[in-house]
Design a protein around this ligand. Structure first.
Ligand code: ZN
Length: 409
């Protein structure tokens, strides 16, 4: 496959509707989407499931592309490491392209690709070093954050990574204002000088008309996942995420409203997020699944119990990925957006109860996450000292690869 085709595939990644602007027209839908994810602490099968690949297609893909004894070609799915990067193109439920990239920061990166042909896949070991360059992306908001990122020529996946940095401190659905400024330090990956994707996101600044300036540094955790700290090493994370879905738009808020199906005024006990069927729905906090089944007007429903008397509710799902009594982590996949039950179109109804009474999930205040471990503080502050001048544009970016992040915490 030529580089150009590859780039075209990349450009087709699913952008989703713009952020925080319910009235604007969503980008044209494309049947294909390109996904890149680290394997993390999952089997390859679990990863495919998380990405919404049906089990029959997963079986077909794995049997056609896996590495077999005495055969050099093929992908060794059993030896995937948490840091390996898997890129896939999903086209009407089928995986037409898959690439497994072993940690790119090593001196000799290993990249295996399988591209769908008429009968099966063509598998190739690709021997080129990906060039990693640190980049500073900055802009200001004219209408929405997603449009601003788009105008800079960047891809939606960067927006999602960025929102993860500040998603605890700031509500990008409702609190972005014209003139807000965003800056992010992110690695960019190049093949033969052509941009092919993002690497690690290091840190960012958001200058908010509402909250003032916020600076966030992302650090990988040994147990998987990541932590976000401010410049003094205080956690920016909260026990609860603000939103249970990636960037979409809120179509109906908490409180009184005219009910579209019932045709009368009724209290809306939650927040509706307009999102395409199949969009990930994750648990906003650690907890235990209290309910995971069909529930009449709510359709496919998941309820999770959390500490301090909280309960969160996720309704109208197309698919449920958890079982009753199962423990779930923050941001663990619960299911997929759908339109089951009494619903006029694909959306997530997200509700929250405290001690049995409905509350507005977007108006709750939650405790901070754990601070940086004492033994890691000096290393972290040294990193802040290095990155802050780059974020502020007071110092140029290094030519060489980023080597100051140290080990995972
Ligand atoms: Zn609702």
């Amino acid at each position: 496959m030529s580089l150009l085709v590859f780039l075209n595939l990349l450009a087709m990644s699913d952008a989703g509707p713009p952020l925080g602007d319910a009235g604007s027209v969503p980008k044209p839908k494309v049947a294909a989407r390109m996904i890149t994810e680290r394997v993390g602490k999952r089997t390859f099968g679990e990863l495919l499931d998380d990405l919404g690949v049906a089990s029959a297609e997963a079986y077909r893909l794995i049997s056609a592309t896996r590495r077999m004894k005495g055969r050099d070609k093929g992908i060794d799915y059993r030896r995937l490491r948490p840091k390996d990067l898997v890129t896939m193109r999903l086209e009407s439920g089928r995986v037409s392209f898959i690439e497994v990239r072993r940690e790119y920061a090593t001196e000799t990166p290993s990249v295996k690709r399988a591209v769908a042909q008429d009968n099966g896949y063509e598998i190739r070991q690709v021997d080129f070093a990906v060039d990693i360059k640190l980049a500073l992306v900055r802009g200001s908001i004219q209408s929405t954050l997603s449009e601003s990122v788009d105008e800079l020529g960047e891809y939606p996946v960067l927006l999602n990574k960025y929102v993860e940095l500040f998603g605890w401190a700031m509500d990008f659905y409702r609190e972005t204002r014209r003139g807000d400024e965003f800056t992010v330090l992110v690695e960019k990956l190049y093949l033969d000088g052509v941009f092919v994707g993002y690497g690690r996101l290091l840190s960012g600044v958001y200058k908010s008309g509402l909250h003032g300036e916020m600076v966030a540094f992302r650090a990988d955790l040994k147990k998987g996942g990541y932590a976000v700290y401010d410049a003094s090493g205080r956690s920016m994370q909260r026990a609860f995420l603000r939103n249970p879905v990636p960037i979409t738009r809120i179509t109906s808020s908490y409180g009184m409203r005219f009910h579209p199906v019932l045709g009368r005024r009724k209290k809306h006990n939650g927040v509706d997020y307009g999102a395409a069927t199949g969009t990930k729905v994750w648990s906003v906090a650690r907890g235990r699944v209290k309910y995971a089944a069909w529930a009449g007007a709510s359709g496919k429903l998941v309820i999770v119990s959390h500490a301090n008397g909280y309960e969160t509710i996720y309704a109208h799902l197309s698919r449920i990925n958890v079982r009753k009594n199962q423990y779930v982590a923050q941001r663990q996949l619960l299911g997929r957006v759908g339109t089951t039950g009494r619903s006029t179109g694909p959306h997530l109804h997200y509700g929250m109860k405290r001690h049995g009474r409905y509350v507005d999930p977007l108006r709750q205040r939650f405790a901070r996450g754990a601070a940086l471990p004492k033994t890691k503080k000096a290393g972290f502050l040294a990193r802040v000292k290095k990155e802050l001048p780059m974020l502020r544009g007071e110092q140029g970016l290094p030519e060489s690869a980023v080597d100051w992040l140290g080990d995972a915490l």
